[in-house]
Write a protein that binds this ligand. Structure first.
Ligand SMILES: NC(=O)c1ccc[n+]([C@@H]2O[C@H](COP(=O)([O-])OP(=O)(O)OC[C@H]3O[C@@H](n4cnc5c(N)ncnc54)[C@H](OP(=O)(O)O)[C@@H]3O)[C@@H](O)[C@H]2O)c1
Length: 161
């Protein structure tokens, strides 16, 4: 096995405790899917966002219900605040955090826009130190995340990690 792909980002960190120790022991890489929490950490999604019912499943996810988006936007504000003095956008902070966690972590953010792809690639211009990572995690930790990742039916189809 070369790599495992599972959801992992600043708002969902369960693989760190349940999966990473095994991957480290066996020398297996990790692709954190939805590294921007399906775009939310990029800051362009809020309670007024309308998702295309034919092509976008985010409207079915409890974490993307309007009241959850409103409550969870505090996380984006923390990322914006952290990035402001460093010249980074919230998306870049989210990706830089992943890259700083381990060289075995390879985020592949999804986008339909060249500007976002360039912005995301420019994350490589920044490097968060261990102290930066600890500081960011300390700022994000007190913000409660509202809403489950999946609805009950979908949750049955995904494993704990
Ligand atoms: N194995 C699995 O079960 C699984 C599940 C889900 C996803 N994945 C994979 O994981 C990868 C990415 O996941 P994902 O697309 O679900 O989530 P994601 O990368 O967390 O988010 C994608 C969303 O972020 C937005 N975005 C990208 N860059 C941005 C930026 N700089 N600023 C603001 N918004 C930005 C995109 O909108 P725009 O189009 O407007 O840029 C898009 O709506 C894909 O390769 C996907 O195939 C795998």
């Amino acid at each position: 096995m070369t790599a495992v792909q599972s959801e992992y980002h600043l708002m969902w960190r369960e693989p760190a405790t349940k999966v990473f120790p095994v991957l480290k022991e066996l020398g297996i890489g990790f692709v954190p899917y939805s590294p921007l929490n399906r775009g939310f950490l990029g800051g362009g999604i809020n309670e007024y966002t309308v998702f295309d019912p034919k092509r976008d499943n985010r409207q079915t996810l409890p974490r993307f219900a309007p009241q959850a988006l409103r409550a969870n936007y505090r996380v984006v504000e923390v990322l914006n605040e952290f990035g402001r003095t460093r010249g980074m956008t919230s998306a870049q902070v989210a990706l830089a955090w992943l890259l700083a966690k381990s060289p075995a972590i390879v985020p592949i953010p999804g986008t339909t826009k060249m500007s976002h792809m360039e912005e995301n690639l420019r994350t490589l211009d920044f490097k968060l130190s261990a102290a930066d990572v600890a500081d960011l995690e300390k700022q994000v930790a007190p913000v409660p995340v509202m809403g489950d990742r999946y609805n009950a039916n979908e949750q049955k189809q995904v494993s704990a990690g």
